[in-house]
Design a protein around this ligand. Structure first.
Ligand code: LLP
Length: 427
């Protein structure tokens, strides 16, 4: 059985018992299915066949090296959002030409490194950034490959916190200025304008915004062609949503057809930057019940050892993730508020869940935790980052060992450890 299965007697990932994994590696623990990652990447790549394209997996969704190695072997490129993500991608074996570099606030050092590396494209967010890239490239006697990110002023119809394509959002060049900015970019000696980029939001569950963004970008490319600017590609970002509640989600084939209907007539290569769709459903977060507290009636707090420091999405976006017991109990159902151990009221995993009341020591699985789970984990309340295992090939591999408090303190010399800078040196 590929992927995750929860029955009355066993919970497994690609046939490997989740309870065994929790015992072997402890909790909180992220568990990934290698086969699911490969299958989902291939499903999207296959849906786009028939037109020149490349899937640049969005590293921000999850850049644990062990996962990137799987995606690289499958043929993916990547979308990086920082110098750190570029460095991890290179470590995982990606070539500079596999990488596009997005990001609303790229630092001078990041731009220097990106130009030096000769990435597939720097997705520039503003006229100012184009000017900075031009200056860096000319100083090196080079031409940097750039795409201009446009802000098409389209509502992604998603959660406001993860919508990026409206005028009020900080991202990209406003569509009204974009033609002038692109003409200026094309005239700069240090720049090679190779593409136009747009990403209007994440967790999109309707096709209309996708269709509108794709046709806006395609029409804009037509205007640039009229200006004598020959692009190589259109990059339509990521954003394809997944189902968090088990209801049917957008079909990947329909998504691909929607993009291609707009892009194919331009004859330009299509790049996409999916993150969540590829890795979201490929992981669970295993967590152990540490306390059960009655709230009156059949309502209880079920306190678990993972919270907003391991999975921030419920606290930050009110996000819903299904929760399943790894070893189901029998008995009457109760209403459970599954909450984390941190000193924050918003530190919840899932409220108002009907389930057989778990007991201390039971292991629960939080589903669809592969995207923006471990990637957004923090050390809040001095929680060490959780361990992560990749299941595949009939076994599993630790792809991130659990952090220790010593790891955290290694960055923090004690007063007696030296390293003090005399104030006079700053004067
Ligand atoms: N490309 C760009 C330029 C992006 O900003 C993003 C996501 C993606 C691609 C990938 O989008 P996806 O295919 O994963 O939807 N932390 C939030 C999601 C933030 C998304 C930010 N940008 C969450 O947990 O829902």
């Amino acid at each position: 059985m590929v992927g995750f299965s929860f029955t009355a007697t066993a919970a497994t990932c690609d046939g490997t018992d989740l309870a065994t994994l929790a015992r072997a590696e402890g909790t909180p623990l992220y568990v990934y299915s290698r086969t699911l990652i490969e299958r989902r990447y291939r499903a999207l790549d296959t849906a786009l066949t028939g037109h020149p394209h490349r899937v640049h997996y969005a590293l921000k969704a999850n850049s644990t090296r062990g996962l990137l190695e799987v995606l690289r072997a499958a043929g993916a490129g990547v979308d990086a959002n920082s110098g750190g993500e570029i460095a991890v991608a290179l470590c995982a074996g990606f070539e500079p030409d596999d990488i596009v570099f997005t990001g609303v606030g790229k630092s001078g050092a990041e731009l220097e490194a990106a130009v030096a590396a000769d990435l597939h494209a720097i997705n520039a967010e503003s006229a100012g950034e184009l000017e900075r890239v031009d200056r860096i490239a000319r100083a090196r006697g080079e031409r940097a490959r750039v795409a201009v990110r446009i802000n098409p002023d389209i509502d992604a119809a998603s959660h406001p916190g993860i919508s990026t394509g409206s005028r009020a959002h900080k991202f990209g060049v406003p569509i009204g200025d974009a033609r002038r900015v692109c003409r200026e970019a094309a005239a700069r000696r240090g720049l090679h304008l190779v593409g136009v980029h747009a990403h209007i939001g994440s967790q999109m569950t309707t096709l209309d915004p996708v269709r509108r963004a794709a046709s806006t970008v395609a029409a804009f490319a037509g205007e640039l062609r009229d200006d004598g600017i020959a692009l190589e590609h259109l990059d339509l970002g990521g954003g394809l949503g997944i189902s968090y509640d088990g209801a049917p989600a957008l079909d990947v084939g329909e998504y691909a057809r929607t993009l291609l209907a707009a892009v194919a007539p331009t004859g330009l290569r299509l790049l996409v930057e999916p993150g969540r769709w590829i890795v979201g459903p490929t992981a669970v977060l295993l967590t152990t019940v540490v306390d059960v507290k009655p709230q009156g009636g059949d309502r209880h707090f079920v306190v678990v050892d993972a919270g907003m420091s391991e999975l921030l999405r419920p606290a930050l976006y009110d996000a819903y993730h299904r929760i399943a017991p790894v070893a189901p109990r029998s008995g009457p159902q109760a209403t459970c508020d599954v909450v984390g151990p941190l000193c924050e009221t918003t530190d919840v995993v899932g409220l108002d869940r009907r389930m057989v009341l778990p007991e201390v020591g039971d292991v629960l699985a939080v589903l669809d935790a592969g995207a923006y789970g471990s990637a957004m984990a923090s050390n809040y309340n001095r929680h060490p980052l959780p361990a992560e295992v990749l299941v595949g090939g009939g076994g599993w591999r630790l792809v991130r060992r659990r952090q220790t408090v010593d790891d955290l303190l290694a960055c923090e010399p004690a007063a007696g450890d030296g390293g003090a800078v005399p104030a006079a040196r700053l004067a």
